[in-house]
Each structure stands twice: as structure tokens, then as C-alpha cells.
Write a new protein. Structure first.
Length: 248
């Protein structure tokens, strides 16, 4: 299966993998890669870099929104093979090392198996390596506060709730918000379309996930690149407030 690579702004590409998105920020042939899909998406990740005129050797860093396998997929492969640094919020670093796991339990998934879309999502997750042991051996906290000295100059925004160390990435220069799973525009297990929180079962602490939408609503931007679902165009503030209204 080929990844769907779409240029959404200057030097900015949203890539739809098998069931998760990742983002490529370019500067010449150097790139910042935000998230890496499932472990089973590796060939798509590598092909997407080629498609934007880059290569895995040119990845300046991998930024991870949070350390679930559908976002962490090829981070360790890139680190071990090419020496690519993998950066996360300091609270998410031990999660990436798999010192603990903030993830929906099998029991909770089974309780929700009657809901539309859940069983097909489970099958896909299992086939794509969603439950494999897939730690990053040497993840690193962000090296500086504020904008990172990487292609795109992304600014980490701590948005806890989905996991303790979840981070979105704001790119003020292009009005882009890379929101990970703090704010999505669709999911295989949701019947909603447009800006929303993921279904409740996926959040480590749902009240904090709801509160983090207020943080996102303060950001300037007109382009939402979520971890799941299509690109959403329009004020980031409006998208975050709509998701909050739906979550009440």
C-alpha cells in the first residue's frame, strides 16, 4: 500500500499512512519528520521521504507527538540505522523507552467491540504491529525551549491527556498545527467528521485531554494536520473549540 503524500503548505506535507498520519517539514533536501506511523508502515515512510525529494539520511530529527506504536513505528529504525535523533517531551521519554505504557487495554477494547468500526480497527492494528514491543532505545527530550532548530522551526506544545507527555507542534511560519492525537479530524472508530477528540477509551486521562484543547485554541493558525483524519482548513481556534463542545 502506497502512502498518500499531500503538500498542504510551503515545505509542508501531510502523509496518510495505513491508518495514521505523519508530517514532513522540508528545508532544501533536509527534513523534520513528525511521527512515523505503525511499525508496518515503514516502507510507506521511506517512500514518502523519497516522494518529497529527500531521503532517510537527510532527516534532521524525528519528532514524536506521543509514544503509541501507531506514531512511534519506525522511530527506532531511523535512530539505529541512520543515527537520527528522536525527540519527545521529557514526560514522554520514559514512555518511548517502554518503562510504562499509557495505552487502551485489551479489556477496554473488548468492552467496546460492539461499537461501529472497532473490530476492523483492531484487526488492522494487530496486522500493522500496533501491539508489538517497539521501544526507542535512546529517545531524547527536546534540546531547547521554544522553536526547535530544525526544518520548519516547529514549536512543541505540551498537550497532556491522551498520554502524559503528548505534544502538538506549532509551525507559526506557515500557520500549521500538527496536533497528533490531541485533536483529530476523524478515526476508524468514530462516526463523527471534522475536529474532535478521539473516542474516550483511547485517552489516559480524558479530563486533561479536554483541557488541552483550550491550549490549542490559543494558537494562531489556519491549517490543522491531525494524527488521524484529513487536513482541516480554518482557524485552529475554531477547530479546538468545536472539539471541546463535542466532548462535553
Amino acid at each position: 500500500m502506497r502512502a498518500d503524500v499531500r503538500q498542504v503548505a510551503d515545505g509542508t506535507y501531510l502523509v496518510h499512512g495505513s491508518n495514521t498520519n505523519w508530517v514532513i517539514l522540508t528545508e532544501g533536501d533536509a527534513v523534520t519528520l513528525v511521527d512515523t506511523g505503525y511499525p508496518g508502515d515503514r516502507e510507506q515512510v521511506l517512500a514518502s521521504l523519497t516522494e518529497v525529494g529527500s531521503s532517510p539520511e537527510a532527516v534532521a530529527a524525528v519528532l514524536i507527538t506521543h509514544a503509541h506504536n501507531d506514531h512511534l513505528g519506525s522511530a527506532e529504525y531511523l535512530r539505529a540505522t541512520y543515527g537520527t535523533p528522536v525527540y519527545l517531551h521529557e514526560a514522554e521519554v520514559p514512555h518511548a523507552r517502554r518503562e510504562f505504557l499509557h495505552q487502551v487495554s485489551v479489556g477496554t477494547v473488548l468492552k467496546n467491540a460492539w461499537r461501529p468500526g472497532v473490530l476492523p480497527w483492531v484487526v488492522h492494528a494487530l496486522r500493522s504491529g500496533g501491539t508489538t514491543h517497539n521501544p526507542v532505545t535512546a529517545p531524547e527530550p527536546f534540546p531547547t525551549a521554544g522553536a526547535l532548530d530544525l526544518p520548519g522551526r516547529p514549536v512543541p506544545v505540551h498537550t497532556p491527556g491522551h498520554t502524559d507527555g503528548h505534544c502538538a507542534y506549532h509551525v507559526p511560519g506557515t500557520g500549521v498545527l500538527i496536533s497528533g492525537d490531541a485533536l483529530v479530524s476523524g478515526h476508524a472508530t468514530s462516526r463523527l467528521e471534522g475536529p474532535q477528540l478521539l473516542p474516550d477509551m483511547f485517552h489516559h486521562e480524558r479530563p486533561r485531554a479536554v483541557a488541552s484543547l483550550d491550549l490549542l485554541a490559543k494558537l494562531e493558525g489556519e491549517l490543522l494536520l491531525p494524527g488521524h483524519g484529513p487536513v482541516h482548513r480554518g482557524p485552529v481556534r475554531d477547530a479546538a473549540l468545536r472539539a471541546r463542545e463535542l466532548a462535553v
